[in-house]
Design a binder for this molecule. Structure first.
Ligand SMILES: [Zn+2]
Length: 261
């Protein structure tokens, strides 16, 4: 039964992934999100349902448009697979619970931001607002007003931290160092993680982004790295490990004690 649910979550994730990719692209291009049907980027022929079955359409059409035979980017297939896997991991980690709902929301936010930030260097405000409201609703059902309040506080603290970091970066480097989208994103991450874990996500995210930054630096003079997806990936990773702040603190103190031994 468990493995059936896992497969079911994976398949549902494939379809949601294809939806997230469309949202990320349309909002990234500022097209508005309910603008008719999907179409081929080359010939603008509108796509039928059969052209949009996750994974299968891509394999069946051998990565080419049915109408103009131009190559289709494998990007959306990649997003679909990634969503399927992360939906399955969400169920595997949490079963049916409030954490499961939160992780599905977190994964959805991650894939939409991955699409829009990677392709258009934008984290749409509407997406952040929508997911903030969803997270707050789940937090309220999970623990009433006390949890709602502490989640808001955590989001506020992390937002302020990132805002100050941005101001410091702008002062030190005399140019935009962090995007405003990343600062707002930290508020949403605070609804998922407490402030300490949120800070760890900031450092872990930078660490994950570093190899990409180095590659871009050697290719281009002025690299612009979409930091948002890395930040969210780090936050999701911490959420999936179910580690608490106190566990993390004792782990860190042990590590320090060990290295001074
Ligand atoms: Zn076409």
């Amino acid at each position: 039964m468990e493995s059936l649910i896992l497969i079911f979550m994976f398949v549902i994730g494939l379809f949601f992934g294809s939806f997230f990719c469309v949202i990320g692209m349309r909002l990234g291009r500022e097209e508005g999100f309910v603008k008719g049907r999907s179409y081929c980027d080359h010939c603008h022929h509108s796509l039928s349902f059969l052209d949009m079955v996750p994974i299968f359409s891509y394999l069946f059409l051998r990565g080419k448009c049915r109408y103009c035979h131009q190559k289709i980017s494998p990007f959306s297939t990649f997003i679909e697979l990634f969503t399927g896997i992360l939906f399955a991991i969400s169920y595997y980690s949490f079963g049916f619970s409030y954490e499961f709902l939160l992780s599905l929301l977190g994964v959805s936010l991650f894939l939409i931001v991955l699409t829009s930030d990677l392709l258009y260097m934008i984290i749409p405000d509407s997406v952040l607002l929508f997911f903030s409201i969803c997270f707050l609703i789940v937090r309220f059902f999970q623990g009433g007003f006390p949890l709602l309040g502490s989640s808001l506080l955590s989001g506020g603290i992390l937002f302020l931290f990132m805002f100050l970091l941005m101001k410091l970066g702008n002062f030190l480097f005399k140019k935009e160092s962090l995007g405003g989208g990343d600062v707002k994103l930290l508020f949403v991450i605070g609804l998922l993680l407490d402030p300490l874990l949120g800070l760890v996500a900031v450092f872990l995210g930078s660490f994950l982004a570093l190899p990409v930054a180095l590659v871009l630096y050697y290719r281009k003079k002025e690299p612009v790295i979409p930091y948002g997806p890395f930040l969210l990936l780090a936050a999701l990773f911490l959420f999936f490990t179910k580690i608490t702040s106190s566990e993390l603190l004792s782990f860190l103190t042990n590590l320090v004690a060990f290295s001074y031994h």
